[in-house]
Design a protein around this ligand. Structure first.
Ligand code: NDP
Length: 248
């Protein structure tokens, strides 16, 4: 039986991925900060199938502790899905905005590389895989996206360069780049303003978390000799905008 470590499992894409992989017969390590949600997610499957880890990915000590204290049946990890992440917008002061920028960098970049480094030995030993959840924001600029898009550009490039570093080792690395997915992402981005979040998804026919979970399973289920490098997925309703010109 294969084992997958999924971060950001308490909500959205991560929760959908836990359900999809557990349903497909994988053992799942589900990580996030909100313990009650993790327990609710795991309970239909049982502790033999879903092991929960409460950890903040910005805390490198918590990551070491979580990895070191994994129960024996969950130690042979075949796949890491680095999904935990966030965008933040709308700070009242420049200082608060700088804090938001640092939170995005610490979560989306530092947390991701730290957990990756902790799990690389076992993933290399098992010729496993890493799927990093990047974003279309890695490739397409938009107003207000400089730091979030910057973190996701890092995630995509980190994934491709990691692949190059792992050349010949049989470890697969994939960057998945979703467009608009209806999750708690917009609620977090808009500092818990439900109206702003609802407005973003209203009548937009966005992707569902299950759409991305399906893509994750598909990537993981490819024959051993196939590596999906990058996968960009948008809802039909979303497309790229052009350049703007400010006229005098
Ligand atoms: P959600 O807000 O629904 O889920 C985000 C998850 O990340 C939560 O489980 C949250 O768990 C976890 N998380 C956030 N900060 C931390 C932290 N410091 N430590 C540990 N876990 C953390 O959003 P999505 O499901 O949409 O987001 C998942 C990924 O998809 C993110 O990387 C996001 O950037 C990316 N993405 C999302 C898109 C979208 O439109 N929704 C589009 C493109 C990419 P908890 O708070 O319990 O710790």
């Amino acid at each position: 039986m294969n084992t997958v470590f999924i971060t950001g499992a308490t909500s959205g894409i991560g929760s959908a991925a836990v359900n999809a992989f557990a349903d497909a017969g994988w053992k799942v390590i589900a990580a996030g900060r909100r313990t009650e949600r993790l327990e609710a997610l795991a309970s239909p499957f049982g502790a033999d199938t879903v092991h929960t880890v409460t950890m903040d990915v910005r805390d490198s000590g918590a990551i070491s502790q979580a990895v070191e204290s994994l129960p024996q049946p969950f130690r042979d990890i075949d796949l890491l899905i680095n999904n935990a992440g966030l965008a933040l917008a709308g700070a009242a002061t420049p200082e608060a905005e700088l804090d938001q920028w640092k939170t995005m960098i610490d979560t989306n970049i530092v947390g991701l590389i730290t957990l990756t480094q902790h799990l690389l030995p076992v993933l290399s030993e098992r010729r496993g895989g890493i799927i990093n959840i990047s974003s279309v924001a890695a490739s397409y600029p938009f107003p207000g996206g400089k730091v979030y898009g910057g973190t996701k550009a890092f995630v995509t490039q980190f994934s491709q360069c990691l692949r190059a570093d792992l050349h010949g080792k049989g470890v697969r690395v994939t960057s998945i780049e979703p467009g608009l997915v209806e999750t708690e992402f917009m609620l977090v981005r808009n500092l818990d303003d439900r109206n702003l979040s609802d407005a973003m998804y209203r009548n937009a026919c966005p992707l569902a978390p299950d759409d991305i979970a399906g893509a994750l399973l598909w990537v993981a289920g490819q024959p051993r000799h196939v590596n999906i490098n990058r996968l960009e997925i948008m809802p039909v309703s979303q497309s790229m905008a052009g350049f703007r010109i400010a006229r005098s």
